[in-house]
Design a protein around this ligand. Structure first.
Ligand SMILES: C[S@@+](CC[C@H](N)C(=O)[O-])C[C@H]1O[C@@H](n2cnc3c(N)ncnc32)[C@H](O)[C@@H]1O
Length: 250
């Protein structure tokens, strides 16, 4: 997918029935990966916060202040409901494709499966630069986004085991390391860290489907696959991981 249909993507997220991540074990693992990198007393922008599942976890980090931004009223309302009573979170209706006003002194900008919704690399680059401009000097962008090389590695091993490809959804464009890394380097931003959930993806989207047809997300197998013990033992990080964490410093 190379073209970007903004209005179609917006109406997808305005649909009350849509959930950003149906695999809640994966969602918790994503949130953990991000939360571990955020320092106490930080000012954070949660860009494309959705219904605030991540925001809720980040809001519990001591003394943080969060601006949670999204372009969908439906998502923002769900996030507001979820975070009622958390007075360290301010909600902002922002369309990152258009003009907007936000602060320029964030310690962290978090993008959790947000930028993949901008299905055009040229626009993704523009938004990346705008997000970096909102960080204070030394501030960090934490991207947990779709990853082309992870999709390919997972699909290759699935093919060896007789399983069909898992496609990328119509409203997503995943990041290619061969484009993202040179672009960020050229713009003067340092790549500090890379990580992923490769162990979880390999076990739940590679091995488990060879054994079982009913792939209910809420299974003891998936919960075991997400534990730190298994993660550390197999240590696949971004290999086989459809989602990768990149941490860039301004
Ligand atoms: C896959 S959801 C992720 C939500 C949340 N970050 C999470 O990880 O659960 C993507 C979110 O990005 C938002 N989004 C997509 N395009 C946007 C844009 N141009 N400006 C602001 N938000 C946008 C959507 O409304 C949606 O809430």
């Amino acid at each position: 997918m190379t073209s970007y249909n903004h209005d179609q993507v917006l109406s997808h997220w305005e649909n009350n029935e849509v959930e950003s991540m149906y695999d809640k074990t994966l969602l918790s693992a994503e949130i953990e990966l991000i939360r571990n990198r955020i320092l106490e007393s930080s000012k954070i922008l949660d860009a494309g916060c959705g219904e605030g599942e991540g925001t809720l976890a980040y809001a519990a980090i001591p003394h943080v202040q969060i601006h949670a931004a999204d372009f969908s009223e439906t998502r923002l309302q769900k996030a507001k409901d979820r975070l009622r009573g958390h007075d360290n979170v301010l909600f902002k209706k922002v369309d990152f494709v258009n003009d907007y006003k936000l602060d320029h002194d964030y310690d962290f900008v978090v993008c959790q499966r947000f930028l993949i919704n901008i299905t055009d690399w040229e626009i993704q680059k523009k938004i990346l630069l705008n997000l970096m401009s909102l960080l204070k000097q030394g501030g960090k962008l934490i991207m947990l986004e779709g990853y082309v090389q992870g999709v390919d590695a997972l699909n290759e091993i699935r093919a060896e085991w007789g399983l069909p490809d898992i496609p990328v959804q119509w409203h997503n464009l995943f990041f290619d390391d061969n484009k993202l890394l040179p672009f960020m380097k050229q713009q003067g931003f340092s790549l500090i860290e890379e990580d992923g959930l490769g162990t979880y993806f390999l076990l739940t989207r590679g091995i488990r489907p060879t054994l079982q047809d009913n792939l209910n997300w809420d299974s003891p197998f998936n919960k075991a696959a997400a534990t730190n013990a298994v993660k550390d033992m197999l240590g696949f990080r971004d290999k086989f991981s459809r989602l990768k964490l990149w941490l860039f410093e301004k």
